[in-house]
Design a protein around this ligand. Structure first.
Ligand code: NAD
Length: 396
């Protein structure tokens, strides 16, 4: 099958197995070229197949030589449909990990369900005994509550009043104004149910109760704050309420894990191009401008650079310094005042006519396609490839 990108807006319905493998190998090579980390031994990553979760799995495995269990929700190829990118990413990750003699097994299914939690616990008990690091990196539009069965949907909306700002169609470079109506109370409640801390806490409860959390275990969840120009849609919007709930959960989990010498943190990460962030209005334009400025300063980072730094310099080396809310901050380079002042200046000027000069939209678009395994030099996109790829540890 010849696989080309099939996209509409921020959705790409095809993925390229060789391109995804190249992407994963690039990230692995970056980590292997960094100093090794005296870090975690056995790691569970929930949301391990793309974005920050995949970067976490790669960093733990290839910098700390950790055994990893990865949980995610991806689709294998079927008929004329390619697998999802996260499926191909995981196949490539496991192959590379196994080649280095590292334990790596994966579980595909709904992480919000009790059944998947029990399956994961069973695997940990059987193969590893316990885990000493649990990373929670889910990003999902929906969640079915495991007790009540209610299906929640998350929304990306402001709260209180509508929000109007610039946004870009990153395929065409057209800058336009977007207006988003505020979320109602029920939409806020549902967004908190999907992206807040309840499921993270359910995971830690289940792992703890089953005795598979090692003494002194660390758990982490990821968050974003960003600049004031995105606050109405992010920090102060419906998703921001979910992140506040995540903060409160981390404080509760920290108090509880401390009794056994453990710790829980929320880490605030920088804005990067992932399947989830490309769905947020306004944010892709902000990221395009940010990329240009951070590249000029030599401080540009993707998911892997961020998470390697988080593990090497904050969690397992140096000091885990936290902000006034108790959060780890690896968005420090993004939030530098000189970067943010420059973003604000460029933001007021940016329009369709000058976007190519003012921002790095080209890289944004490239990175978007790279998420699905396209735009890699050395991959022959005209060649026939088999879309059916097996993840070594998953029996279909
Ligand atoms: P992503 O879309 O790349 O990854 C989401 C992961 O969740 C995938 O592995 C997917 O398979 C998994 N997943 C989704 N629903 C699932 C389900 N029901 N069961 C099992 N797995 C499921 O997302 P991302 O951007 O890496 O986001 C991860 C976290 O990082 C989020 O909390 C996000 O808010 C945070 N974050 C993202 C950014 C950014 O710019 N992308 C910045 C800071 C923080």
């Amino acid at each position: 099958m010849i696989i080309q990108p099939k996209f509409r807006g921020f959705i790409c319905t095809t993925a390229h197995p060789e391109g995804c493998a190249t992407h994963v190998r690039e990230q692995i090579n970056y980590v292997k070229n960094q100093p090794s980390i005296q870090g975690p031994r056995n790691v569970l990553v929930i949301g391990a197949s793309t974005g920050y979760g995949l970067a976490s799995r790669i960093s733990a495995a290839f910098a700390a030589k950790a055994a990893t269990v990865g949980v995610f929700f991806e689709k294998p190829a079927s008929g004329k449909r390619t697998a999802t990118a996260g499926w191909y990413n995981t196949a490539a990750f496991e192959e590379e990990a196994h080649r280095e003699g590292l334990y790596a097994k994966s579980i595909n299914g709904d992480a919000f369900s009790n059944e998947l939690k029990q399956e994961t616990i069973h695997l940990i008990k059987q193969d590893l005994g316990q885990v000493d690091l649990v990373i929670y990196s889910l990003a999902s539009p929906k969640r079915k509550h495991p007790v009540t069965g209610e299906v929640f949907s998350s929304v990306l909306k402001p709260i209180g009043e509508s929000y109007t700002n610039k946004t870009v169609d990153f395929h065409t470079g057209t800058v336009s104004e977007v207006s988003i109506e505020p979320a109602n109370e029920d939409e806020i409640r549902q967004t908190v149910a999907v992206m807040g801390g309840e499921d993270w806490e359910m995971w830690i409860d289940a792992l703890d109760k089953a005795g598979v959390l090692a003494e002194g275990a660390t758990t982490l969840a990821y968050s974003y704050l960003g600049p004031s120009l995105t606050w109405p849609i992010y920090r102060d919007g419906s998703i921001g309420k979910a992140k506040i709930d995540l903060d409160a959960t981390s404080h509760r989990l920290d108090r509880r894990l401390k009794e056994q010498g453990g710790r829980a943190y929320v880490s605030v990460n920088k804005a990067v191009v992932t399947q989830s962030s490309s769905a947020i209005p306004v944010v892709p334009l902000y990221i395009s401008i940010l990329f240009k400025l951070m590249k000029e300063q030599g401080t540009h980072e993707g998911c892997t650079e961020q998470i390697y730094r988080l593990l090497a310099e904050r969690l397992y080396g140096g000091e885990a310094t936290v902000d006034e809310e108790g959060r780890l901050r690896i968005d420090d380079l993004e939030m530098k005042p000189e970067i943010q002042d420059a973003v604000t200046r460029l933001w007021s000027d940016v329009k369709t006519e000058n976007i190519k000069d003012i921002s790095d939209l080209k890289s944004y678009r490239e990175e978007f396609f790279r998420l699905f395994g396209f735009e890699f030099e050395g991959v022959d996109y005209g060649a026939d490839v088999d879309p059916e790829v097996k993840i070594p540890s998953i029996n279909e």
